[in-house]
Design a protein around this ligand. Structure first.
Ligand SMILES: N[C@@H](CCC(=O)N[C@@H](CS)C(=O)NCC(=O)O)C(=O)O
Length: 221
């Protein structure tokens, strides 16, 4: 029985899960759900994920799939990174990118003030990654020598900044050379899948700068 991943490559957590499965040779079927069309709210999808969010993973009877280290202490640390991610880096990044460029493509309006507030949280989170999560001997989070699902989740989140103008991205990221190096290390450790999964947002970025009406069609496919 093949794992089914309900996904959209515009979504950071979806990219992280797919890179992870490809890396670990886990066979899966990718089922595309259009957020722009609101397909995550359809009754059919709500049966799969009552939260109406992507990704959702199905294997026989519904269950969320994650692979963590078997060592319970290491696993708990990974959970702490992921919990931190959701109320800090993710909140800042999503709030910033959506209010800076993405919302019109998803049927909403840009809010420059919200972008400013979220940029502060984003920068604070990048500083925390540099000064706290990347401390230790190894080049990955928690001083590890190998990347885990936590790295993919955080790095895919930061990659979403490809969707804002380059000058903004540089302003936000360039003070954090260690973070940029860690992104590159994670990319190298998970390629070719990392680049494959990010090709969609890189194409989107190229179109974004040309004509945003084309992007609407692209995203709503
Ligand atoms: N905690 C969830 C977050 C999922 C999430 O926020 N997904 C976004 C896409 S990046 C989504 O489904 N948005 C649609 C919506 O909120 O309507 C996870 O990591 O899987």
């Amino acid at each position: 029985m093949k794992l089914q991943i309900y996904s959209n490559r515009l979504s950071q957590p979806c990219r992280a899960i797919i890179i992870f499965c490809k890396l670990h040779r886990i066979e899966f079927e990718e089922i595309s759900v259009s957020v722009a069309k609101g397909q995550q709210f359809t009754p059919e999808y709500k049966v799969i994920n009552p939260m109406g969010k992507l990704p959702a993973i199905v294997h026989g009877s519904y269950k969320l799939f994650e692979r963590y280290p078997s060592d319970i202490q290491k696993r708990a640390k990974i959970h702490s990174v992921l919990d931190w991610h959701h109320s800090n880096l993710r909140q800042g990044e999503v709030g910033y990118v959506q209010n800076r460029t993405l919302k019109p493509l998803l049927g909403g309006k840009l809010d420059p003030e919200a972008a400013v507030v979220n940029e502060k949280l984003l920068s604070k989170s990048l500083a925390k990654i540099k000064n706290f999560w990347l401390k230790g001997d190894g080049k990955f989070l928690l001083g590890n020598f190998q990347p885990s699902i936590a790295h993919l989740s955080l790095v895919c989140e930061i990659m979403q900044l490809q969707l804002v103008p380059e000058s903004d991205r540089n302003r936000i990221l360039s003070p954090y050379k260690k973070v940029l190096q860690w992104i590159e290390d994670t990319r190298n450790a998970t390629n070719p899948y990392f680049d494959e999964l990010h090709s969609f947002i890189l194409e989107l970025k190229a179109v974004l700068t040309v004509d945003s009406s084309v992007v609407v069609n692209e995203v709503t496919k």
